[in-house]
Design a protein around this ligand. Structure first.
Ligand code: FMN
Ligand code: MN
Length: 495
């Protein structure tokens, strides 16, 4: 795919498929924009492109639901697939495979260019003002207006050897300051700690827009000291063009819509949150979080601010995170030599379940019981970086497509021994966000995790003895299936 693609060329492709809806009537940035985006995500309606907003400098636009699922059943994941250069009808597992394959290739660092469209407008010194943007209050219950929900937050370690791109939320604190939590489990929190130990401010940049695959690279939990932008280069097969910031040495996508640059204060914090989150609930807490002082703003003419309205599935916190988390896990499980066919984090489970499928003949590749296999998959996953966020692992055979939630529920219900099939892992590190944890778990940041052995335990060591499925696809001869499908309309059914 073309590394020079940007959000605008991507939207042109959306338009051809009916995946974008221009909204020209004036819309309020206080909740109305958020409500529309949420409803688009929940119903599969097109991505709304708002052109007239009641806040900020005229000309700025908002794109909602940039990578939500579509209600077109033949290209449900089109917005994700197209962003990643795949055919619009690509399925989840095809997308996971493409991302995992790129992890096998050498990273390609970005290419520094002289000029980028993100420099069409430059605000420095006294002119810096975040109020030019139509930053929305997304959910009733949010602690403020969120400027960053889909942009790349870029930082570098103090030695300049590791550049980390991530998606991490940022709320407006005042007209020249943002505020956002930097979790210690995330690379950005770890890099901030290095700067804090030195007592120095951490330079940052937030880039909105640019190549549509950027948010996926940002959300992918690749290892420490591997630069997401270089992984993206490997994925694209060519370097991404970047330009240098106005006020610090960080590099940002040349064709970004908006760039906000500045430094994170190592010694002061401000209130942040609550916010509607990926688990499907509005967090109840306001945190004290680091302050991001803004030193410069640059933007394209008629710039577009992408906005995610996180909450109940499915939105980008599931479609983007779930897909890239599955890809990284697939890469890591394969690297560990485990016989895994594919991985998935069902969007419907708010990316709180991790599913791995294994071949029916897994015993040819793994010496041990099914409990041992499931435990190895689960501990490898729980001890990987994204694994800290999840508490439930499900392992079943690869006759089930884990992106098919009905098939997955059926497999869990019929292949899991109620007692022996649940394997517990006490005292694991956890993330406190999902509301299922007790307050004691939350305080300790540790809890018990579970893996479900949906392989019928060890009842059927010979695959030839596995229970036969009684479905159209499994218990009729292929030739008969073909005849029935060919004759379908002649029986009187619509196709
Ligand atoms: C739409 C969206 C919003 C996200 N918001 C946050 C956030 O506010 N805080 C956070 O720690 N991770 C957030 N994430 C997940 C991180 O981007 C992801 O865990 C990433 O791997 C972290 O980067 P790192 O691996 O370099 O630490 C979000 C992901 C998506 C797709
Ligand atoms: Mn990283």
């Amino acid at each position: 795919m073309n590394p020079a693609d940007d959000l605008r060329s991507h939207l042109a492709t959306f338009a051809e498929l009916g995946e974008v809806q221009r909204v020209d009537r004036s819309v309020a940035t206080d909740l109305e924009v958020g409500a529309i985006i949420r409803r688009c995500g929940e119903t599969g309606a097109p991505s709304p492109l708002f052109t007239s907003l009641d806040r900020g400098k005229p000309g700025f636009r908002i794109l909602g639901a940039p990578a939500s699922t579509s209600n077109h059943s033949h290209h449900r994941l089109a917005r994700i697939a197209l962003a990643l250069g795949l055919p619009p009808a690509a399925g989840g597992l095809e997308i996971v495979e493409a991302l995992a394959a790129a992890r096998q290739r050498a990273p390609i660092p970005p290419r520094l260019v002289e000029y980028g469209q993100c420099k069409q407008n430059i605000l420095l010194g006294e002119d810096v003002d975040l109020e030019i943007f139509p930053t929305p209050r997304i959910h009733d219950g949010d602690g403020g207006r969120y400027f960053n929900t889909w942009g790349a937050l870029i930082v570098q370690d103090p030695d300049g050897n590791w550049t980390n791109w991530t998606i991490s939320r940022l709320m407006i604190h005042d007209h020249r300051t943002l505020v956002g939590p930097l979790a210690p489990t995330q690379h950005i929190g770890q890099i901030f700690e290095l700067w804090r130990q030195r007592g120095e401010p951490m330079p940052f940049a937030v880039a909105q827009g640019g190549h549509p695959a950027i948010p996926f690279a940002c959300a992918m939990p690749i290892p420490r000291e591997v630069d997401e932008v270089a992984f993206l280069g490997a994925y694209l097969g060519a370097p991404l063009d970047v330009v240098t910031c106005e006020t610090n040495g960080l590099q940002v996508p040349a064709n970004a819509e908006i760039v906000v640059e500045g430094h994170v204060d190592p010694s002061h914090t401000g209130p942040e949150g609550p916010m509607g989150e990926y688990s499907g609930y509005i967090a109840t807490h306001t945190w004290q979080a680091p302050l991001f002082h803004v030193d410069a703003i640059t933007y394209r003419d008629d710039a577009i601010l992408p906005v995610v309205a996180a909450g109940e599935p499915a939105d980008e916190t599931h479609t983007a995170s779930g897909t890239v988390y599955a890809a990284e896990a697939l890469h890591q499980l394969r690297t560990a030599g485990l016989p895994v066919t594919t991985c998935w984090l069902p969007y419907e489970a708010a990316t709180s379940w991790f599913v791995a499928t294994v071949p029916v003949r897994w015993r040819e590749e793994f010496a041990g019981t099914s409990t041992e296999l499931v435990s190895r998959i689960a501990t490898t996953y729980f001890h990987s970086k994204p694994g800290v966020e999840l508490a439930v692992v499900i392992v079943t055979y690869d006759d089930v497509d884990p992106t098919d939630i009905s098939a997955l529920v059926w497999a869990m219900a019929t292949r899991t021994h109620p007692h022996d099939g649940a394997i517990y892992f006490p005292d694991e590190p956890i993330t406190p966000l999902p509301p299922s944890w007790s307050s004691a778990d939350r305080a300790a940041l540790r809890g018990t995790k579970v893996a479900y052995n949906c392989l019928y335990g060890d009842e059927y060591p010979d695959p030839a003895d596995l229970p036969r499925r009684s479905s159209f696809a499994y218990c009729y001869p292929n030739s008969l299936q073909r005849d029935v499908l060919r004759n379908w309309e002649s029986y009187g059914f619509s196709s």
